[in-house]
Design a protein. Structure first.
Length: 232
């Protein structure tokens, strides 16, 4: 099942063919200790390698559907199905650039002057000097504040959730807003106070109330309970 390509984290240079040997040991030890493995922010190859190594459920805590927006942070239908087949959950990210193709293109353009700053932050973290996440977020927000993304409606996010349900089933989909880390939000879905609007939109799209409860949190709670039960 493992891919022949060798990217580990999105944007990194090829190194290990997914996970290094130490990475395999780490995720297996996490499972032994009851720690749920999150595969958001890693490459397709790393997702496949984690699934191979664990042969059990994982979560993609904030990754949307690549079929709706072709961004490397999103998951292909094949990966979504593989995660679901092992009992895992894919939780859609509400960042506009991961939801809407035009917003993704606009974000790529505005990130060009920000990339050196991100590289600086990553270099500091690699050297053991982890910056305060709040300071990092404020710095990035300041760099991007004059380059807002085009407006993206909540309906576009609902499209991702509905697509994931169609691909994986209602037992394997969740909401991973990323509100604590994003600089732009969807129109009509700017913070947790707007969850009633999300529920209404999902009902309007024909999802039953029981499925919506699963998506809003019960699926993720099931994964956490499962990780605890598997702890050795």
């Amino acid at each position: 099942m493992r891919s022949a390509a060798v990217r580990t984290r999105i944007g990194d240079d090829p190194r290990h063919g997914g996970l290094s040997d130490a990475g395999v040991k780490l995720v297996r030890e996490m499972r032994r200790r009851g720690i749920l493995t999150d595969v958001s922010h890693v490459s397709d190859d790393a997702v496949l390698h984690v699934l191979d190594a664990l042969r059990g459920p994982v979560v993609a805590s904030h990754s949307s559907a690549r079929a709706r927006c072709d961004h490397p942070r999103n998951l292909s239908d094949g990966l979504v199905q593989e995660i679901a087949r092992r009992g895992g959950v894919v939780m859609a990210n509400s960042y506009p650039a991961f939801v809407d193709p035009e917003a993704a293109r606009a974000n790529a353009r505005r990130l060009e002057p920000v990339l050196p700053v991100l590289a600086e932050i990553q270099a500091a973290a690699s050297a053991g000097d982890d910056p305060d996440p709040r300071q990092v977020h404020a710095r990035l927000e300041g760099l991007l504040k004059d380059q807002a993304l085009p407006p993206v409606p909540l309906a576009a996010y609902v499209d991702h959730l509905v697509h994931l349900v169609e691909v994986a089933g209602e037992d394997h989909v969740g909401v991973g807003t990323d509100f604590d880390g994003i600089t732009d939000t969807l129109d009509g879905f700017a913070d947790v106070s707007r969850f009633p609007a999300l529920v209404e939109a999902l009902l309007d799209r024909g999802l039953p109330a029981a499925a919506i409860k699963l998506i809003l949190g019960e699926n993720f709670l099931r994964l956490l309970a499962d990780a605890e039960r598997r702890a050795g």
